[in-house]
Design a protein around this ligand. Structure first.
Ligand code: ARG
Length: 460
């Protein structure tokens, strides 16, 4: 028999460069455990269906365990001549147990095999990802609880808008990460269908039981269309989309931390263990981790575009282009997991300059909306109130004072409906405390949300 499992119809050997170019072991070898688990489930089913003898099954199971041991101990040498993880393992199995090894591929193709392995592998990586996201959420909840009363400026257009609490700001990320975790969980549900038994594309002539294989591999059931089973890479696209969105959230958070750590903001300081210095400027402490996380998001988004572009022109069913599906998603998962880990480890050590934040929130006329609201409560139509406060801000800028510092004559000069009593009540504390409804920035709301989130996370 020729060295290649498919070599029968070939007369001349594969070009040397093509052999390396064609091989995917450097990428797919990491799916060895899933490949072996899939083979075991397939073999058991074949035996139960009377397609394999019990003796052959025993040899296959024993042989696969030995191969697993060899891979895990580092003894196993993957060879590019055998293209991919599937043929490397099968060939080693056959070397060990002879003909029984050659029978394993009955009623199976690498097309349904790779689709199954990839789903199994990504399923467990998705579980880990969800776990990492939940862990980051719980770190954020602790910080949000600590900073329920810490007041900072809230921005729109990066201009001071209204005061908010830092706890509230952090809870915004808790919400984003929740949607991320849910997106991963949702994609996991959809991908948890077993393609095994679809064979090359059309199914098989053997009397297989696809429900059995699906169940023993922890799938919810078998896929329903063999062509779709071997062609579908939606699950990779979905996971890449979920990963990209999560990476975008981390990137926005990174951007804020980078701004907040600058001397100009001076809102926070990140722990030394997560920063680096400059080889020339002795004073520097750079926020490399958020910068790198922000950078990784570009690479992860690139991976999403790569898989979408790879798939968009492919006819049914399997095409070799699809071998490229794993590179981007493995890279994305490795990197996103790293980003989530770095953030989860770094944030508890972040120090917050509450005073600086408070001072920043107290300047820039962040309480202006509240003054307009006070006028509205006194019966002034909102558009008039807006105009009056706008004029007041103009006055304060010229006078170099804050809104609450305006005296009675300054107020009445602007508009008879404006009074010193109204402006006197303006404070960032009052501003945040007044927004005391679900979704609002009030410290009480932050504490309530933190408690609710902690309960939700505990039950997950
Ligand atoms: N290494 C291949 C991949 O990752 C496995 C499937 C190959 N199937 C085939 N008919 N060449 O896509």
């Amino acid at each position: 028999m020729s060295e290649k499992p498919w070599g029968g119809r070939f007369e001349s050997p594969t070009d040397e460069f093509v052999e390396a170019f064609n091989a995917s072991t450097d990428v797919d070898a990491r799916m060895y455990a899933e490949d072996i688990a899939g083979s075991k489930a397939h073999a058991r089913m074949l035996c139960e269906q009377g397609i394999l003898t019990q003796e052959d099954l025993n040899s296959i199971l024993r042989g696969l365990d030995e191969v697993l041991g060899e891979i895990e101990s580092g003894e196993f040498k993957f060879t590019i001549a055998l293209e991919d993880v599937h043929m490397n393992i099968e060939s080693q199995l056959t070397k060990k147990i002879g003909d029984a090894g050659k029978r394993l591929h009955t009623a199976r193709s690498r097309n349904d095999q790779v689709a199954t392995d990839t789903r199994l592998y990504l399923r467990s990586r998705t579980d880990t990802m969800i776990h990492r996201i939940r862990r980051l959420q719980s770190v954020l909840l602790t910080l949000a609880g600590t900073h329920a009363d810490t007041i900072m400026p809230g921005f729109t257009h990066l201009q001071t808008a209204q005061p908010v609490t830092l706890g509230h700001h952090l809870l915004a990320y808790v919400e984003m990460f929740d949607r991320d975790a849910c997106r991963f969980a949702d994609a996991r549900t959809r991908m948890n269908q077993c393609p095994l038994g679809s064979a090359a594309l059309a199914g098989t002539t053997f009397n297989i039981d696809r429900f059995k294989t699906a169940e023993s591999l922890g799938f919810d059931g078998p896929t329903r269309n063999s062509l779709d089973s071997v062609s579908d890479r939606d699950f990779i696209m979905e996971l890449m989309a979920a990963a990209s969105i999560c990476a975008v959230h981390l990137s926005r958070f990174s951007e804020e931390l980078i701004q907040w750590m600058s001397a100009q903001f001076n809102f926070v300081d990140l722990p030394d263990a997560f920063c680096t210095g400059s080889s020339i400027m002795p004073q520097k402490k750079n926020p490399d981790m958020p910068e790198l996380v922000r950078g990784k998001s570009g690479r992860i988004i690139g991976g999403l575009v790569a898989i979408l572009t790879t798939m968009k022109g492919l006819p049914l069913a399997y095409n070799k282009d699809m071998q490229e599906d794993k590179t981007a998603i493995f890279d994305a998962f490795d990197n996103l997991e790293g980003c989530l880990r770095v953030f989860g480890d770094m944030l508890p050590g972040m120090s917050v300059n509450s005073e600086v934040m408070h001072t920043a929130a107290s300047s820039g006329f962040a309480t202006a909306t509240d003054l307009a609201d006070a006028l509205v409560r006194a019966g002034v139509p909102f558009r008039d109130a807006h105009e009056i406060v706008g004029k007041s801000v103009g006055h304060c800028i010229k006078a170099g004072i804050e809104l609450h510092e305006m005296d009675e004559s300054a107020c009445s000069n602007i508009d008879a409906r404006l009074s010193a009593d109204m402006v006197r009540l303006l404070s960032v504390e009052n501003c945040v405390a007044a927004r005391n409804h679900i979704g609002g920035t009030a410290p009480d709301q932050v504490r309530k949300q933190v408690a609710e989130w902690n309960t939700r996370l505990e039950s997950q």
